[in-house]
Design a protein around this ligand. Sequence first.
Ligand SMILES: NC(=O)c1ccc[n+]([C@@H]2O[C@H](COP(=O)([O-])OP(=O)(O)OC[C@H]3O[C@@H](n4cnc5c(N)ncnc54)[C@H](OP(=O)(O)O)[C@@H]3O)[C@@H](O)[C@H]2O)c1
Length: 240
Amino acid sequence: MSQILVTGSADGLGRLAADALLDQGHDVVVHARNPGRAEALAPLVDRGARLVVGDLGERDDVRELAATLAETPPDAVIHNAGVWSGRAVMPVNVVAPYLLTALLPGPRRLVYLSSGSHFSGRPVLDGVDWQGRTPGSYGDSKLFVTALAAAVARLRPGVPSNAVDPGWVPTRMGGAGAPDDLELGHRTQEWLVTSDDPEALTTGGYWYHQERQQPHPAALDVAFQDRLLAALAQETGTTL
Ligand SMILES: NC(=O)c1ccc[n+]([C@@H]2O[C@H](COP(=O)([O-])OP(=O)(O)OC[C@H]3O[C@@H](n4cnc5c(N)ncnc54)[C@H](OP(=O)(O)O)[C@@H]3O)[C@@H](O)[C@H]2O)c1
């Protein structure tokens, strides 16, 4: 049994993953953006989940969240929270997972939610509005977080760090008509943070329905990864 944090678990894939991990007997840390949204997590808390709260679009909240979590650091993190459009895209989809990765001591497994949309992302860092003063590009954000997962895999040997494309599935983000399988949309994340299957313990992968695939070449480009980490370190004042 291990303690697993699932960010953005009030709804969608995060909620489903947290629910399934609780069913499997794991210690789960659920996360909501604010106390109002935390109410949606009451059924999971009643079943033993620990609750943490913090708006991932607010950098001070992310730091406070990391400090709270660091008191009893999770063994694994599923960086699941995400937004499709608007000004929160870069703060929530990229800056928050970066900061939590940098600030949380010692998780033994890390999963970052990517997307097939990352293939449309541009590996261009000049002019990226990390603070979200203007709307961000979802495709770019998912390329960046996929590169972050690969960079962490390279820099933290022994800590499996992987990106997952859950498929286009019918959550609030995916929409009711999304064609892919909702169940398969969260199973890979659960498998990567819990399984002793040697495949699940590999690192630096980009996964779709428990199959390793090739991501956008920039995600595996060490020079691009280093530029991304440098940009995020400069922006946040926190190094990985
Ligand atoms: N669904 C798809 O087809 C699909 C495809 C590819 C990738 N993904 C990725 O999969 C992940 C989960 O997506 P989903 O489909 O489950 O989306 P969703 O149904 O919209 O759920 C997103 C979750 O993230 C939370 N969240 C968003 N902004 C937050 C913030 N500022 N602070 C804290 N929590 C925040 C939401 O909380 P609230 O409920 O309070 O807003 C919610 O719990 C995302 O990273 C997404 O990009 C999804």
